[in-house]
Design a protein around this ligand. Structure first.
Ligand SMILES: *Cc1c(COP(=O)(O)O)cnc(C)c1O
Ligand SMILES: [Zn+2]
Length: 463
């Protein structure tokens, strides 16, 4: 009997299918992206989410317990592409939904309606671990010994950590190769890739150049590519939405707000909700807001400004090509303090358009100043995140101002990465009193004090 899991071209007019273990990153018939698909009637999906909740208390001291302990694999019936003996976990996805009442008040939202899904709590400090657990499971299933990615930093940190933790079936170490831009990567992320022993190639170029080169490298060298163009990555990232729903007792929120970079999350979240509704585990869809940095706003330009749509799978490629040609003619390159989303040519664009269609989505752009101010607010209220993550909160603030989101709407912002990923950006904001000349509104500069108790007393009197 054939496998109930398979790969399929996302273009409805093509729909070519491929076996699960057929390694390719695009449809060989038409060049479109691929999905991982399931014949659900032949998969054992629970009728209610109670089973997933029950697994939450698992102890990781047995192999079965380790799978239940994983915030990815405790939902394994919803991403059933691999044999259970091949599932790879390093304890990813133990993240929770935080109700952020004081932050809500600060940005004009209603207490009890604003939530943060804090993915910085993952082992490598970003949401990427959700996808990496699934991609490494595929690498294990295929028994590949060399794994690679292009990265703005967090994918390489996650890949390096998983490679350090896992081995081939013969017990050999898995070799990690990461392509990063030579001056783009935040220090915390570079430190992780080096520390976990990844071969780290600093390419003289930006992320888009790294992406192009790593794709060529996979073809020439024996490299298993785990960027989000790999559809198995996105299967793992679906679980972020399952945990959001769990945090809300499986009540669907009104909005999900997510930063948009390579648009892997945007794509995965849409797929997650479409499948959950098909399976009868939810009865309505949330809306989706994708937030670009203004300096890396390709999706905003295409979707919001130029009206590009999924259009039943007939995406108008001319609009995209025209836009990219424009970018090149102007010598435009993505540039933002939010380095994790500093991407000019998002590889998952068509899948993201499909998600925006399924979830009645909107796309907005926010300035670096708005991102850093939102980041400071997130930090001030006890959560903390890296700049790219705060784009979601800056986007929520903007959409509240625009009255697209109502203060009574129940909203979940995804905090994609940990505050310690990019301490430079944080210290620059606070220590220098913020921007070049004006003080940033939420700056908390350190106070220089002589080493005398009287002077300290004097300072503290005004505090
Ligand atoms: C990778 C990353 C993003 C971008 O996510 P996409 O799924 O590529 O859009 C955003 N924030 C952080 C912290 C990241 O590491
Ligand atoms: Zn195709």
């Amino acid at each position: 009997m054939s496998d109930p899991a398979f790969q399929q071209c996302i273009k409805p007019t093509c729909g070519a299918t491929y076996a699960i273990d057929d390694v390719r990153y695009a449809c060989s018939a038409c060049g479109s992206l691929l999905d991982v698909c399931y014949d659900w009637s032949r998969c054992r999906v629970p009728k209610s989410p109670a089973l997933f909740n029950d697994r939450r208390g698992a102890q990781p001291d047995t192999p079965a317990g380790r799978l239940d302990y994983s915030g990815v694999w405790r939902f394994r019936e919803l991403l059933p592409f691999a044999n259970s003996t091949n599932l790879v976990t390093i304890g990813e996805g133990r993240t929770i939904l935080q109700q952020a009442d004081r932050l809500a008040i600060e940005i004009g939202h209603k207490p009890g309606r604003c939530f943060l899904q804090y993915e910085g709590f993952n082992p490598s400090g970003s949401f990427k671990d959700n996808g990496m657990a699934a991609a490494f499971t595929m690498a294990r299933s295929l028994d590949r010994g060399r794994v690679g990615c292009a990265s703005t930093g967090n994918t390489s940190a996650s890949l390096a950590m998983f490679a350090g933790n896992t081995s081939t079936r013969a017990g050999e170490p898995i070799r990690a190769v990461v392509f990063v831009g030579d001056d783009k990567i935040a220090l915390g992320k570079l430190a992780q890739a080096l520390d976990h022993g990844a071969m780290t190639l600093q390419i003289a170029g930006d992320f888009d150049a790294c992406m192009r080169l790593v794709r060529e490298a996979t073809d020439r060298l024996d490299l298993y590519l785990v960027n989000s163009i790999n559809p198995f990555r996105l299967e793992g990232q679906k679980t972020i939405m399952y945990r959001v729903l769990e945090g809300l007792g499986w009540q669907v929120p009104d909005w999900i707000v997510v930063p948009g970079g390579n648009l892997g999350n945007t794509s995965a979240f849409g797929k997650a909700f479409v499948e959950l509704r098909e399976l009868g585990l939810i009865d309505r869809m949330p809306r989706l807001a994708v937030i670009n940095a203004a300096g890396a706003n390709t999706l905003y330009e295409l979707f919001t400004e130029r009206g590009l749509r999924w259009n039943g799978g007939q995406v108008d490629d001319r609009v995209v090509l025209d836009h990219y040609q424009h970018m090149e003619e102007r010598g435009w390159a993505a540039r933002t303090v939010a380095t994790a989303i500093e991407i000019g040519r998002p590889v998952n664009l068509p899948k993201a358009l499909r998600s925006l269609d399924a979830l009645s989505g909107v796309v907005r752009q926010v300035t670096d100043e708005a991102i850093l101010d939102a980041k400071a607010l997130v930090g001030q209220h006890g959560y903390g995140c890296e700049p790219a993550s705060a784009a979601s909160v800056a986007g929520l603030r903007l959409l509240l101002e625009e009255q697209v989101i109502a203060p009574t709407d129940r909203v979940v912002c995804i905090l994609t990465g940990h505050a310690l990923k990019d301490p430079d950006a944080t210290v620059r904001y606070h220590a220098n009193g913020g921007r070049d000349d004006v003080a940033a509104p939420h700056a908390n500069p350190p106070v220089q004090v002589p080493a005398e108790i009287e002077a300290i007393e004097e300072v503290l009197r005004s505090c």
